[in-house]
Design a protein around this ligand. Structure first.
Ligand SMILES: Cc1ncc(COP(=O)(O)O)c(C=O)c1O
Length: 406
């Protein structure tokens, strides 16, 4: 007996059986290549959301596809209690490219998990439970990471979370110093706040935090989950400020789109965790590791950080030129290919309109349009994206004039 093939309604099925926790856009993406994706009707889009930064070397980059295919045919899973060649190669590659002295890593499956491990390490090494984080910070939504995240709307429904987390204003070195009481074991920062609105720190801030952490004998954690892997023009964003953290968290594009997380640190810090104190069934999965090695080598061999810097400058120049022609513009800012276009109004209509015109952007707060395109985006795709955004902003201005607002 043959079974009749059922045509699945993608939208109705996800809505009926999936969570309603994502800010969903009304398209179903079914294919991607480089900085382009296609929906189920075959319509093409430039993907400036880039999977929230995951598609760093482009969708289905051929080197990742080849590595995954090769590894899938050989061995898909191998628990951390056994040794594995793909895992060893990835650890070797990751620690060779990591900032000086960071020679060990705990591998996991997501950004939040990478942050959880960083927080556990800080407690274990220093024996102190407290943490200083930044206002506007985003570190993920598992309980520990959520405690360090700033937005009340994410935290409050789930309190009590971790005790002893204090948030200070980004850039306020005096506040950092003041809040580090004898119970605080670490300071956690994002080099550039992503969810918080593409916020850059004032000059000298991270050097100052590094100096305070050294003087107080506590750990400096850099959450590079969104900024790392070349996006800001350096392989690690902290290099822009000449600062080496004690712990660096990574995830997103580290395995070219395959789920992964990594907490990179010094061996002496990692080894404060004893047998059984931190494990993860999928941590160091061979498929993710093979994809990760291919991704890191691609990033370095093709100087993707250098390309991100040049393309980011082009993108920002074009955004500023376009922005100057619209009343609704507040500011265009960012570094490398981590960019924001801030306007004076709520942005859902602008985002939906841009999507209808063939470019996918995302939010970074109510009034901030965020761009995290693949680093392989072309100059032409950048110009197309800016043109579409300008048209969507102009349409919003027209709507507001017609409606008598603005
Ligand atoms: C800086 C930062 N930290 C942590 C996370 C959490 O990562 P995940 O969603 O993989 O748990 C994110 C996700 O956007 C992030 O941008």
């Amino acid at each position: 007996m043959t079974m009749a093939k059922r045509k699945l309604d993608i939208f109705a099925t996800e809505d009926a059986h999936g969570p309603h926790t994502y800010q969903k856009f009304p398209i179903a993406v079914v294919k991607g290549r480089g900085a382009l994706v296609w929906d189920d009707n075959g319509k093409e889009y430039v993907d400036c959301m880039g999977g929230y930064g995951v598609a760093i070397i482009g969708h289905s980059n051929p080197v990742v596809v080849a590595a995954v295919k090769r590894q899938a045919e050989k061995l898909i899973t191998c628990h951390g209690s056994l040794y594995n060649d793909a895992r060893a190669e990835f650890l070797d590659t990751l620690t060779r490219y990591s900032p000086k002295g960071l020679d060990a890593a705990f591998l996991s499956s997501s950004g939040a998990e990478a942050v959880e491990v960083a927080l556990k390490l800080a407690r274990k090494v220093t024996g102190k439970k407290g943490l200083v984080a930044m206002q506007g910070a985003y570190h993920g939504k598992t309980a520990g990471a959520l405690s360090a995240t700033w937005a009340k709307k994410y935290r409050e429904p789930f309190e009590p979370l971790l005790e002893g987390v204090k948030h200070v204003a980004l850039g306020d070195l005096e506040a950092v110093e003041r809040e580090i009481d004898p119970d605080v074991g670490a300071v956690i920062v994002e080099p550039i706040q992503g969810e918080g609105g593409i916020m850059l720190p004032p000059e000298g801030f991270f050097k100052g935090v590094r100096e305070i952490c050294d003087r107080k004998g506590i750990l400096f954690i850099a959450d590079e989950i969104q900024t790392g892997l070349g996006r800001t023009g350096k392989l690690w964003a902290m290099e822009n400020w000449g600062v080496v953290p004690d712990i660096m968290t990574l995830a997103k594009g580290l395995a070219g789109g395959v789920p992964i997380g990594a907490t990179v640190t010094r061996a002496e810090i990692l080894n404060s965790l004893k047998k059984g104190e931190q494990t993860s069934t999928f941590g160091g999965n061979p498929l993710a590791c093979a994809a990760g090695t291919a991704t890191l080598n691609y990033l370095v061999k093709n100087d993707m950080p250098g390309k991100a810097k040049a393309k980011g400058e082009l993108f920002l120049d074009e955004l500023r030129a376009m922005g100057a022609t619209h009343k609704l513009t507040r500011e265009a800012r960012g570094m490398g290919l981590m960019l924001a276009f801030e306007v004076r109004v709520d942005i859902p209509e602008i985002l939906n309109d841009a999507m209808r015109r063939g470019v996918i952007f995302t939010y970074s707060g109510r009034t901030i349009i965020r761009m995290l395109p693949p680093l392989v985006i072309t100059g032409r795709q950048i110009s197309r994206s800016v043109k579409v955004l300008g048209d969507a902003v102009a349409a919003e201005e027209k709507r507001r004039e017609a409606g008598g607002v603005g």
